[in-house]
Design a protein. Sequence first.
Length: 255
Amino acid sequence: MLEITFLGTGTSSGVPMIGCECEVCKSSDPKDNRLRSSIIINYKNKKILIDAGTDFRQQLLREKINSLDAILITHEHRDHTGGLDDVRALNYITKKGIDIYCEERVAKSLRNEYSYAFGEHRYPGAPKMDIHIIDNSKFYIDDIEITPVRGYHLNLPVLGYKIANLAYITDMNYIPQDQLNKIEDMSVLIINSVRKQRHPSHFCLEEAISIAKKTNARMCYLTHLSHQIGLHSQLEKSLPQGINVAYDGLKIRID
Ligand SMILES: [Zn+2]
Ligand SMILES: [Zn+2]
Ligand SMILES: [Zn+2]
């Protein structure tokens, strides 16, 4: 059994967006409050997090998570990496570093962003991140096979991840056909859908739905949503069978 918890389902600014007075940002429905996008996967007695954005601390507190076996990073944008300083709390509990899996380019960005946590002048008490460099090839965390999926975020190469019958795709607006082939027939496809109108660096609603159909996903959950996507309750009603809107705190199981 694989269990997924959505820690956050919002776009880079989160929802509500600072200073916005729109009906989504002012909504009293908790499903319209979206922290920065991240999921945690519970599988084979391991807890694997995908992305650790700006709301990481708040998300771990909310879900009462006090240990992680690995963090997979999709790309270097701060809404996916900006919370990593808070792995200090996990370092303290487990007395060891946290294993982080990312591409070389992303690792370089982390070493710059968190310069105090790396190198010979590492600051005492700084977060301890053990970086494992991956590329677009299969890798293992113990007996869990993870298949990266290459896509593009405007021109920036990003990695999605396939674990068992789950595929997690975020911050992409293009996936080449050979990569789409990797995520055919998933039980659950999670995919970014920032808004209804087309967007230069993210899939819009129609594009996300078309990928779910093309890859024959049994269930699809939309994430990385902005306030422009509309109210959760209205969006949910308007979607075709098998397409769902994720929300913060949602848990799903794949047997
Ligand atoms: Zn993002
Ligand atoms: Zn708004
Ligand atoms: Zn991004």
